[in-house]
Design a protein around this ligand. Structure first.
Ligand SMILES: [Zn+2]
Length: 216
């Protein structure tokens, strides 16, 4: 049984910018085609991913505890948090908006926290477990990142709808700022992670096995 060679054995490194497999003989620092900096692995990937992830977790608390908007219905104003808003919309029959806000602002960040923590812990422990599935999970986290701003858009949309009806007024509150920060920092966290790390140990273990087989 032969394992296909990895890029480092062939002394190749993929350019993140244009995708060219660059020859690393002579340790070039830039891609010969597009000039982007080359690195075999993202620098300090684990530390950075942890730092951004913990920062976003800290911001997740005020994002949920502080009110995100103030709705004024004929005179009396009321502040509402994300969860409060979800319940309000649900009770007033707007279950579709309630569902969108719940998925975008509570479920998506929650899934990202769990997924990134799982990826970080398993990579740090050189885990053999479900490498293929973990790679797929990372791609899924990247994919849902694009949809995270949905919530901010929903608030803007609801605000403009309410203003058109002219019966009520709606204003953003501090919570939405923290929510925006959660979105930005989870995105940075996902971008800092290097999915190739999932496979690194796997390959060197295989090599050890092959070496052992060869030496006998
Ligand atoms: Zn390039």
């Amino acid at each position: 049984m032969t394992t296909p060679p990895v890029a480092s054995e062939l002394n190749l490194c993929l350019c993140h910018s244009c995708g060219l497999a660059c020859d690393m003989t002579g340790e070039p620092h830039e891609c010969e085609r597009c000039g982007a900096p080359l690195h075999r692995r993202k620098a300090n990937a684990l530390t950075r991913t942890w730092a951004y992830l913990l920062t976003s977790l800290v911001f997740y608390i005020p994002a949920n505890v502080l009110p995100v908007m103030n709705t004024k219905m004929v005179g009396n104003g009321a502040d509402s948090t994300i969860m409060g808003g979800v319940l309000d919309f649900w009770q007033h029959g707007a279950w579709d908006i309630a569902l969108i806000i719940f998925i975008a602002s509570i479920a998506v960040p929650g899934i990202k926290f769990v997924a990134l923590t799982l990826l970080l812990v398993t990579v740090q422990r050189d885990s053999d477990w479900a490498r293929k599935e973990r790679s797929k999970m990372y791609r899924f986290v990247e994919l849902i990142g694009y949809w995270s701003m949905l919530d901010v858009i929903v608030v803007a949309l609801v605000a403009s709808l309410v203003k058109f009806q002219a019966l009520a007024d709606i204003e953003p509150r501090a919570g939405i700022l923290f929510f925006g920060l959660v979105v930005v920092f989870t995105m940075l966290s996902a971008m800092s992670f290097d999915p190739r790390l999932i496979w690194d140990q796997h390959h060197s273990k295989n090599e050890e096995v092959m070496d052992e087989v060869a030496s006998h």
